[in-house]
Write a protein that binds this ligand. Structure first.
Ligand code: PLP
Length: 379
């Protein structure tokens, strides 16, 4: 019998350590392992780029949380994306990416992989027909974020899985914003999930990491080969911090959602706010799809400020509890101006974001303090 999500978050890949019964996996802070005889590593461990028990525990846990065959942990979310793309794509292949992709993902395609002969085009992933129209005979991957960053658009994963299947392409879902607690892309037909574990999975803004989880074991083995061959692995302490964060993922996500819902109610009524983007709002264009594929709507909220870019920048600089910082998904609330911060690399491109946009990563502090802080910053 398969256990529930929170049981898996706490136990998957982490049986008590056999020698002492330690209930938490040790940090195997070692680069190499003494062998019994030439060519006979114990339990397959010979060198920590190839395998490390702390990383293995995290990888098993990640696979269990996403319902995948294989999980692989990397040094960052972008290292995970890079390893996956270089596993499944060759020069001349084509990838469809979201027209409001995470800035770093856009930069990886436009400034790095394009030079190695990978073609890409951007499409609005909220519209499956537009994604189908962007597919070419060379398309190997349809890359999707949902909710998208920072505009919080929603992609219909079951519909896109069909588009990918007809195209003979892989559907890859960046599940960073939702986390596996709120959304299970593999169950909806996706082939691969990628994460920046830096965000909700780690959850405490104290570690940078990434993950790939594949539905298919054979594809997982190919990515594992590249993980070792390319070398951007998660270190043992980083893996341990991420495992520690994951244990509370479910309770944290519920509080992130509770707080985000209260803040959305406040912003929607505020005269200085011209538009609120949150998939939980009934008037959000992706609300119905989100309701069908997400448990709740997450901790990310974006809004547009009356008075344009200058006013938006001012709000970001005036908050006190919300810290002005990039990144997201930690227990503390963060505020940022995507146009000049996370998405500055997309300026002048089709992926440029509105100047009056503010993005919140709603933390798990006392929600009255968060509302009061936004109220004084908007005044
Ligand atoms: C942060 C982020 C990434 C990149 O992850 P890093 O850990 O910073 O390399 C990718 N996708 C999304 C949606 C992100 O928020």
């Amino acid at each position: 019998m398969s256990h529930g999500f929170d049981t898996r978050a706490i136990h998957a890949g982490q049986p008590p350590e056999p020698r002492t019964g330690a209930v938490i996996p040790p940090i195997y802070q070692t680069s190499t392992y003494a062998q019994e005889a030439v060519g006979s590593p114990r339990l397959g461990y010979e060198y920590s780029r190839s395998a490390n028990p702390t990383r293995d525990a995290l990888q098993e846990c990640l696979a269990a949380l996403e319902g995948g065959a294989r999980g692989l942990a990397f040094a960052s979310g972008l290292a995970a994306s890079d390893a996956l793309l270089r596993t499944v794509c060759r020069p001349g292949d084509h990838v469809v990416i979201p027209d409001d992709a995470y800035g770093g993902t856009y930069r990886l395609f436009a400034k790095v992989l394009q030079r190695w002969g990978l073609e890409w085009s951007a499409a609005p992933v909220a519209d499956p027909a537009a994604v189908r129209a962007a597919v070419t005979p060379q398309t190997k991957v349809i890359w999707v974020e949902t909710p998208t960053n920072p505009l919080l658009g929603i992609a219909d994963l079951a519909a896109l899985a069909e588009v990918a299947q007809v195209a003979g392409a892989l559907l890859v879902v960046d599940n960073t914003f939702a986390s596996p607690y709120l959304q299970q892309p593999l169950a909806l037909g996706a082939d691969v999930v990628v994460h920046s574990t830096t965000k909700y999975l780690g959850g405490h803004s104290d570690v940078v990491g990434g993950a790939v989880v594949t539905a298919d074991a054979g594809l997982g083995d190919e990515v594992a080969f590249h993980q070792n061959a390319m070398g951007a692995v998660a270190g043992p302490f980083d893996a341990w911090l991420t495992l520690r964060g994951i244990k509370t993922l479910g309770v944290r996500m519920d509080r992130h959602c509770d707080n985000a819902e209260r803040i959305v109610d406040f912003l929607v009524e505020h005269p200085k706010v011209s538009n609120v983007r949150y998939p939980g709002l009934p008037q959000h264009p992706g609300h119905k799809v989100a309701a069908g594929q997400m448990r709740r709507y997450g901790g990310m909220v974006s809004f547009e400020v009356v008075g344009g870019e200058a006013a938006a920048v001012q709000v970001c600089e005036r908050t006190e509890v919300f810290l002005l910082a990039e990144s997201l998904g930690g227990v503390e609330s963060l505020i940022e101006h995507p146009g000049q911060m996370t998405h500055a690399s997309a300026a002048g491109s089709a992926l440029e974001v509105p100047g009056d946009l503010v993005r919140l990563s709603v933390g798990i502090e006392t929600v009255d303090d968060l509302v009061a802080d936004l109220d004084q910053a908007l005044r």
